[in-house]
Design a binder for this molecule. Structure first.
Ligand code: FES
Length: 307
């Protein structure tokens, strides 16, 4: 009979993170760095005060575009700065490098504004990572600004050195940005994939008499949690899990906006049209999955996932 594995050799037990895991392990430690919380709270409150709900904040979140705009804008400074460092390495002119650095610095303004707007409506563990990401990118911008000043002052070598450090800092910040988006799901839609979970065709949900009038309720349909809202004989159904970060929409308040009933997510205030799940206000940018409904002659509510 084989001896049992020694405790330290059992699968994954107390294993030190390998080289490839180290950046991820560091990012995970940032997630749990409670020491950052006072700064996170103060800065988050300041951003929320500076960016009240409305069309300007919706635009910063990317509501008109159907997805967050921060990831698209990030490419401008990072692309320009990477190109400037490559020109430095391959004997490009200082004029060309300087111009790229300047354009990258100009691009940091909308990039930071959209990033701050998104960051202010995240969970605390995500905000900790976002804060360190922002500090890295701010340091990178300061280093590139110093590099530009050094080049203008005729200190070419010093300017190139600062650019190199700036790019290294920006790369570290980008890694944390990737961790925030891809591991912690900031910016991705958190709505359930209703098309895959609900099956084809019409399905029975409940009797119409079981639904209160003008009050959102939660109903389970297979694996799906649904928000169901009845107004007279009209029944609207949305996926209950908010596309922003998964908040329970059935606990939200109802209001009328743009001529139709809307539900406001209790977590960060995203507002969705109850009729079709369209985003009326962010921070959510992805439409809430919705269902076609009909009431049968014997008073049963049936639903079908919209494509
Ligand atoms: S979970 Fe953030 S607005 Fe709904």
């Amino acid at each position: 009979m084989r001896p049992p594995l020694a405790p330290a050799r059992r699968a994954g037990a107390h294993r030190k993170p390998g080289l490839s895991r180290r950046p991820a392990a560091l990012a995970e430690r940032v997630e749990q760095a409670h020491v950052l919380d006072p700064v996170v709270r103060r800065l988050s409150d300041a951003v929320v005060r500076a960016l009240p709900a409305g069309p300007r904040t919706d635009a910063l979140h990317g509501v008109p575009f159907g997805q967050p705009v921060h990831p698209a804008l990030v490419r401008l400074p990072l692309g320009c700065w990477t190109s400037a460092v490559l020109l430095d390495l391959f004997r490009g002119t200082d004029r060309a490098s300087g111009m790229l650095i300047g354009v990258g610095l100009a691009g940091t303004v909308p990039t930071a504004a959209t990033g701050l707007a998104d960051w202010s409506a995240l969970h605390t563990d995500q905000q900790r990572v976002g804060l360190v990401h922002a500090v890295c990118q701010s340091c990178a911008a300061a280093l590139f600004l110093g590099s530009l000043a050094a080049r203008v002052g005729g200190r070419r070598g010093y300017g190139r050195l600062l650019s190199g450090f700036g790019l290294a800092m920006a790369t570290a910040g980008s890694y944390l940005g990737g961790h925030l988006a891809l591991r912690l799901g900031a910016g991705a839609s958190h709505a359930e994939p209703v098309g895959h979970l609900s099956g084809l065709g019409w399905h029975d949900l409940c009797g119409i008499g079981e639904l209160p009038d003008r009050r959102p309720v939660r109903r389970q349909f297979g694996y799906l949690s649904l928000l169901v809202y009845r107004h007279g004989s009209e029944v609207s159904v949305l996926s209950d899990r908010c596309s922003h970060l998964g908040g329970p929409l059935h606990q939200g308040r109802m209001l009328v906006e743009r001529g139709g009933a809307c539900v406001v997510c209790p977590w960060h205030g995203s507002t969705f049209a109850i009729a079709d799940g369209a985003v009326v206000h962010g921070p959510a940018t992805a439409r809430q999955p919705s269902f076609d409904t009909r009431v049968t002659a014997d008073g049963r509510v049936e639903l079908r996932a919209r494509p």
